[in-house]
Design a protein. Structure first.
Length: 352
């Protein structure tokens, strides 16, 4: 699908922008409350519930918007931009770790994405993989991605290396988002379905409150192999298939309660990249500060959640985009010009 196709369906774009901002709030909250999940039951339940759907859906949204710029010059431009973003922020986080945060025993390497930067590395790979599979039907692509998502768990390597594990674990959601038809799905968003989905989301939250401690959070991160999760059995892949089913169920429940109408959420959804790349600095500062010493009960943790929501709104402000756009969305035309100049002599020589 081309950019024109997306623009011809403004309601679909509105829906996914709304969804993207709501998911960004979940990302910020999840990272903010992670240090509390061992001590505060309510935060453990909220954390586990968020992780059942927020990253699969975030990848799903990314796949949907890839319709506009997967191929051609727009695709090359975006791939270069993702690469620059990765280099810039991998360097910034590593420098701050050494000079400001004083974090010990952290291996800094461009081959080991730093915290949230795995998403940039995987996004780059998802695009390449989808291009490689472009001659296959959507169903074949999805079947292959699910197979790879299971098989990668059996590899005897560090799953975090080059974000290898997450790239393949979340690939099915990227492909599903790319081929998703909002027009067809919107017919299912009846008031009754949306109410039922809201009830299902509440049930899932209740379920993880009661039984979430039986699930190793590592399964929800997608970054660990089966052996790293303590499962070397031949049937370990069935656990991932079961997790895919849970994520699908939780994702559908969340999708059905996302607003369809254009609103302030829609505008904010256009700037989630800024929140995503910048909120990690806030999380890092909070982790090395005395903040979490004072968050020792549910009431204080609720205030932390509210703070995460407010900071998401702040980082989504248009002024933040104005001040930080050269770093968040670095210009790549100079790279395209260099590429053109580098290959021009070869092209010119071939004419003689």
């Amino acid at each position: 699908m081309t950019k024109t196709n997306i623009q011809s369906n403004p309601q679909g774009e509105t829906f996914f922008l709304n969804l993207r901002f709501l998911l960004m709030i979940c990302v910020f909250i999840g990272n903010a409350i992670e240090p509390l999940i061992q001590d505060i039951t309510a935060m453990h339940a909220l954390y586990m519930w968020i992780f059942t759907f927020h990253m699969p859906l975030f990848v799903f949204v990314t796949g949907y918007f890839a319709k506009a710029n997967l191929l051609g010059q727009p695709g090359r431009r975006l791939m270069l931009q993702i690469s620059l973003q990765y280099v810039i922020f991998q360097s910034l986080y590593s420098i701050l770790d050494v000079t400001v945060f004083k974090v010990q025993n952290v291996h800094h390497s461009f081959f080991a994405p730093y915290l949230l930067l795995w998403f940039l590395a995987s996004h780059f790979c998802w695009r390449l993989l989808l291009i490689l599979l472009s001659k296959w039907t959507p169903l074949q692509q999805l079947a292959a991605s699910l197979t790879l998502g299971v098989l990668v768990g059996y590899l005897q390597v560090d799953g975090a290396w080059l974000s290898l594990s997450r790239t393949f674990v979340y690939l099915p959601f990227f492909i599903a988002g790319y081929h998703f038809s909002f027009v067809s799905a919107a017919k299912l968003f009846t008031p009754g379905v949306r109410i039922s989905a809201g009830a299902l989301a509440a049930v899932l939250l209740g379920a993880v409150s009661l039984w979430g401690h039986y699930i190793d959070p590592g399964w929800l991160y997608g970054s660990m192999t089966f052996s790293q999760l303590g499962h070397s059995e031949w049937y370990a892949g069935t656990y991932r298939l079961a997790l895919y089913a849970l994520q699908l169920l939780a994702g559908i429940a969340f999708l059905a309660v996302v607003p369809l109408q254009e609103s302030r959420l829609t505008d904010l959804g256009r700037r989630t990249l800024y929140v995503f790349l910048l909120h990690g600095f806030i999380i890092r500062f909070a982790a090395v500060s005395p903040l979490y010493k004072y968050v020792t009960n549910t009431a204080a943790s609720v205030l932390l959640v509210i703070g995460a929501i407010l900071l998401t709104l702040l980082l989504s402000h248009s002024l933040i985009r104005k001040w930080t756009s050269p770093v968040i969305e670095p210009p790549v035309q100079w790279l395209l010009n260099l590429e053109r100049r580098a290959f021009r002599p070869f092209g010119a020589a071939s004419k003689h």
